[in-house]
Design a protein around this ligand. Structure first.
Ligand SMILES: [Zn+2]
Length: 380
């Protein structure tokens, strides 16, 4: 009896110490039932009539697939801001050396127009740095921005601002922000900006280059013009219930500042953490992240509809978790889903477009074509 007790105590301790991967293991292939606390309204938007494209807002749901959107549409009882999209296409996500990509190579494809190797950010297969859409936009004197909810040295933002053959060289990747010349940078990861092993303080370096460096919302909200490096957390931003609608607020603030440039702007916005909950097979948290992203899409589409000269493109770098809905109830806003992997899966991902030029995004194409299309439409 005593021996059994000791074993049970050990088991409880071991369970408490389970890392995310093992949590996923314990959830994998098991049905999870999810609803949300409160559904939200979706405004039906009129598509802008003009043809001129002055600005492009490129939005990425990390690890987002049609299954994620259909799940979110169901828990919100049949409404989703993304359904206002005027055109839809499919993007093939495989990378240079693997069928199933990661965010490094997946994002490098649409940021630079090149398929590269797994785990590389902003370089070709030989490690040569590649210019990204933000570099081309800078060269055309457009304003540029990057808004994410993960640490800034994470793969997707790094694909647009940094160049490294190894996305995990976190300190090296973060240091590239001091030379990327992007006007508005928002995300987490202050650990890699200050108290660094090499003694550099990237905040001080950026301030010398004229950047304002707010570390909380009130300070960012007060900024009326100029360059911004806003880093709000040590690592990734908190979960949606704790961080609130900061993705939406920081994205609209970016639009506010970048749209002061009469030549136009290019802005990348990422819902970064869907991927994390795909990896940990946590359907409840995944839905909270997808909904946070869709609410941000709603605000961006609304702004674009009024502005009339802004193209918004929404896509993903790959799918994460192999999510499948096996049951649900639209009236109750309930889904029953399960995951088949704690890794990325191989599937084409959706591309949604809204605003002038949206029609260019219908069809089936390589993820690199997103770069080609945007570069051409902005005449860069
Ligand atoms: Zn990813």
């Amino acid at each position: 009896m005593k021996k059994i007790f000791v074993n049970v105590a050990f088991l409880v301790l071991a369970l408490a110490m389970l890392p995310l991967a093992s949590q996923a293991q314990s959830r994998k292939d098991k049905e999870q039932t999810v609803t949300i606390d409160q559904t939200y309204d979706v405004v039906k938007l009129q598509a802008p009539k003009g043809k001129k494209i002055k600005n492009v807002i490129f939005m990425v749901g990390d690890g987002m697939s049609l299954m994620h959107m259909y799940s979110a549409w169901t828990v919100n009882k049949g409404k989703l801001n993304l359904d206002n999209a005027q055109a839809v296409g499919l993007s093939k996500t495989y990378c240079a050396n693997k069928l199933i990509t990661d965010s490094g190579a997946g994002g490098t494809a649409f940021a630079t127009g090149h398929k590269t190797n797994y785990h590389m950010v902003g370089t070709d297969v030989n490690g040569k740095p590649l210019p990204s859409l933000t570099d081309f936009a800078n060269a055309k004197k457009l304003s540029t921005g990057v808004v994410v909810t993960c640490r800034l040295n994470d793969a997707t933002p790094a694909d647009f601002c940094c160049n490294n053959v190894d996305r995990d060289k976190s300190y090296e990747v973060a240091a590239d922000y001091t030379t990327c010349d992007v006007d508005y940078i928002f995300g987490g990861g202050s650990k890699y900006f200050e108290n660094r092993p090499d003694g550099r303080d990237l905040f001080k370096e950026m301030e010398k280059k004229g950047y304002q460096t707010p570390r909380k919302w009130d300070d960012l909200a007060a900024i009326k013009s100029g360059k911004v490096l806003a880093v709000f957390d040590t690592l990734d931003l908190q979960v949606p219930k704790v961080r609130g609608n900061i993705l939406e607020k920081s994205s609209m603030k970016a639009i506010d500042l970048l749209s002061q440039n009469k030549k136009g702007f290019f802005l990348m916005i990422e819902g970064s953490q869907m991927d994390d909950y795909g990896h940990s097979n946590d359907l409840d948290m995944l839905m909270q992240e997808v909904i946070d992203f869709d609410k941000t899409v709603g605000k961006v589409f609304e702004w674009a509809a009024k502005n009339g000269e802004t193209l918004v493109v929404v896509t993903a770098d790959h799918e994460t978790g192999g999510l499948t809905l096996v049951d649900g109830d639209l009236k109750k806003g309930e889904i029953v889903g399960k995951f088949s992997t704690d890794e990325h899966s191989g599937v084409m991902v959706p591309v949604y477009a809204f605003g002038p030029g949206a029609e260019n995004f219908t069809g089936i194409y390589e993820n690199t074509a997103l770069f080609d299309k945007i570069k051409k439409l902005l005449k860069m």
